[in-house]
Structures are given as structure tokens and as C-alpha cells.
Design a protein around this ligand. Structure first.
Ligand SMILES: *Cc1c(COP(=O)(O)O)cnc(C)c1O
Length: 354
């Protein structure tokens, strides 16, 4: 036996680039272009080093009860973690344990595949239909669990709640995770179904709609039994996942609902305006309910546009994968950022077509 044979080897998830250069127009990782609530900054201004002397509250009670109140559920229905990536990884580890294949869409959040490999979970990717939509009936089959984002990423398309419910209903013996990373920007949440189905988990994040990607806060909501089992696994792994600061700033963000809703509305307005401009520039796109638009140009390839934009310090996301390699995933930035993007594209397309 050689040393290397005992290593656990995985093909890691590759996140979008985080350039060191601050002059980049960064539309590549679906971050929020606006700052978080001023209440979050207020918390940070009041922080002293002594606040970190002790371990944080392992139950994260303040944040859990704030989120429970916000969503009108009990605190036993809420599980929090270090971003929804942490929450999702814990869910995979806890619930996808039957030995049977788990199911998720072929065009979807690329991390699902990585966690499945990491935890030795068999999986099957279910192709989206030709319109890039999830077909609920495809999930009415034997499985070891189901996970999909709603709205889906990178398509931005929302699945109607009745279709989401049909998937949950058809699979009473496996856990169905609805990843609602983008739900604040559009679509109907499955949270209203948590009371009705004991196999449903809804995950959420502070990274997109709450402008707090760097603070790493995520959570999920489900029936008490699921949350209790999830907590047992978490406490068997690391009791103190969230920092004291993350907990405090998370509470502050949730308390400022008015600010939160105003920022989300701004992004949704910019998204809808951007759709019109993209059409005028010769792009077609899926009708996004999220804070990004998945678009392709009538004539120019996705990789060409991606590189041309990058050279001009405008970063968008490009996936060199089958079915989607002509598309760009463009995060909705500020009005000004979008104007710069569109000015560049217009100029580039005009010159190229001469
Ligand atoms: C961004 C994203 C996440 C993870 O976000 P965190 O920053 O880890 O909370 C999860 N699922 C989807 C579909 C995402 O786009």
C-alpha cells in the first residue's frame, strides 16, 4: 500500500472568479451590488475584540428565533449554517443515506454533484426539457433524495409551486430539498408547504438578496424531526460553525425588512429593464425570476463574448458545458453597471457586424 492510495480524492467545485482588481464590473457570482442594511454596519461598528474571547452560542438561538419569527415557524423548524453551502452539505450527509440514487437537474447548481461525490452518494442528473424547464414527472421515480434550486440556477427559471408540490408529494419516503437561494427575486416559495410535508426542506441564504455573501450565513426550514436529525449530525461534526459576528449581523439584517425589500425591488426593476436592452442587442434569454439573466446572442458565441467582456474588465459567468456553452450568466448589478455592460456590448456587436 502506498500513502496516496488512502487519500480521499474529489473534483472540487470551482466558484466564479473573485478578482483582486477593484475596478472590475463584477457580474459573475450573483452577489448583490448594494450594501447590506445599515443596521448590519452598526453592529460591526460596535464590535470589540473581547466579543470573540468566548465560543459563540452553539445553538445560535438569537438568529434561529429571529428567523423563526420572520417566517412564522417555531425555532425547532430552523437550522442555520455557514452559508447555504454548509447547510446543503449537512443535508446531503444527513438525508441522502439510502444507497439509492439522488436526483437533480442536469443544468443546475454544480455543487450538488461535488457533495454527492464527496459523500459517496450515487446520483442521476435529470435533463431539463428543451425549454430548460424542470419536468416534475421526471422525478416521480424511485430515488434516494431530490434537490433542485427554485428559481433554478443558472437558468433563472422558477418552477410553479404546484409543480414543486407535486414532486414533494410523489416522494413521501425521501427528502426533497428546495434550494431557494434566489426566491426573494421571484417565484413562489415552498415554505408554505413545510407544515404539510415531513419530507420537505427549504434552504435559504444571506449571500444574494441580503448582500452578505462574505459573512457566510445560510439556513433551512423543515419539520421538527428533520431539523433535529440535522442538528445531531452538525453537533457530531463541529459545534461552533457560525461566528459570533455572523450571528449578530444576521439578526440585524432580518430586523431591517423594509431596507431588504427596497433593495430587492431595485434589483428586480433593473433586471426587467435589462431584459429589454438585451433583446434590442440581439440576445435571447430565459425569463429570469432571479438576480441574474442567462442569455445568448443570436450570432456571437458565449466564449467569445465572455473573453471580450473580461478583457474590458467586465466579468460575467460562462459555463463550458454541453447545452449551455453559448450562454452567459449575467448577474444584475446596479443601473450604472448594467449601462456600462450594455454600452460595451453594443459597441462590440456593432463593430463585429461591420
Ligand atoms: C449561491 C448559491 C448557493 C450558496 O450560497 P451560500 O453563499 O453558500 O449561502 C446555494 N445554491 C445556489 C443555487 C446558489 O446559487
Amino acid at each position: 500500500m502506498v500513502l496516496q492510495e488512502n487519500f480521499r480524492r474529489v473534483e472540487p467545485y470551482v466558484p466564479g472568479e473573485q478578482p483582486k482588481d477593484n475596478n472590475v464590473i463584477k457580474l459573475n457570482t450573483n452577489e448583490n451590488p448594494y450594501p447590506p442594511s445599515p443596521l448590519v454596519t452598526e453592529v460591526l461598528n460596535g464590535v470589540s475584540g473581547n466579543d470573540f474571547r468566548k465560543y459563540p452560542d452553539p445553538d445560535v438561538s438569537d438568529l434561529v428565533s429571529t428567523l423563526a419569527d420572520y417566517h412564522g415557524v417555531d425555532k425547532e423548524n430552523v437550522f442555520v449554517g455557514v452559508g447555504s453551502d454548509d447547510v446543503l452539505a449537512m443535508c446531503f450527509l444527513t438525508f441522502f443515506n439510502s444507497g439509492k440514487e439522488i436526483l437533480f437537474p442536469d443544468v443546475s447548481y454544480a455543487f450538488y454533484k461535488v457533495w454527492a461525490s464527496l459523500f459517496n452518494i450515487k446520483y442521476r442528473e435529470i435533463p431539463l426539457n428543451d425549454s430548460f424547464e424542470i419536468e416534475p414527472e421526471d422525478y416521480f421515480t424511485e430515488n434516494g433524495g431530490i434537490v433542485f434550486p427554485n428559481p433554478n440556477a443558472p437558468t433563472g427559471l422558477a418552477l410553479p409551486l404546484s409543480d414543486v408540490e407535486s414532486i414533494i408529494k410523489a416522494n413521501p419516503n425521501t427528502v426533497v430539498i428546495v434550494d431557494e437561494a434566489y426566491i426573494d427575486f421571484g417565484g413562489e416559495s415552498a415554505l408554505s408547504l413545510v407544515d404539510k410535508y415531513s419530507n420537505l426542506l427549504v434552504t435559504r441564504t444571506f449571500s444574494k438578496s441580503r448582500s452578505m455573501a462574505g459573512m457566510r450565513i445560510g439556513y433551512c426550514i423543515g419539520c421538527k424531526e428533520l431539523i433535529s436529525v440535522l442538528n445531531s449530525v452538525k453537533f457530531s461534526f463541529n459545534s461552533y460553525t457560525m461566528s459570533s459576528i455572523a450571528i449578530k449581523t444576521g439578526v440585524a439584517s432580518v430586523k431591517d425588512d423594509d431596507y431588504f425589500k427596497r433593495m430587492v425591488t431595485k434589483i428586480v426593476d433593473t433586471r426587467e429593464k435589462s431584459k429589454k436592452v438585451l433583446t434590442s442587442l440581439g440576445f435571447t434569454f430565459l425569463d429570469s425570476s432571479s438576480n441574474f439573466i442567462f442569455a445568448k446572442h443570436r450570432e456571437i458565441g458565449g466564449d467569445e463574448l465572455f473573453n471580450a467582456l473580461k478583457e474590458n474588465k467586465i466579468f460575467v459567468r460562462y459555463f463550458n458545458s454541453p447545452r449551455i456553452n453559448d450562454y452567459l450568466r449575467i448577474t444584475v448589478g446596479t443601473e450604472k453597471e448594467m449601462e456600462k455592460l450594455f454600452a460595451f456590448l453594443k459597441d462590440y456587436i456593432d463593430k463585429r457586424q461591420k
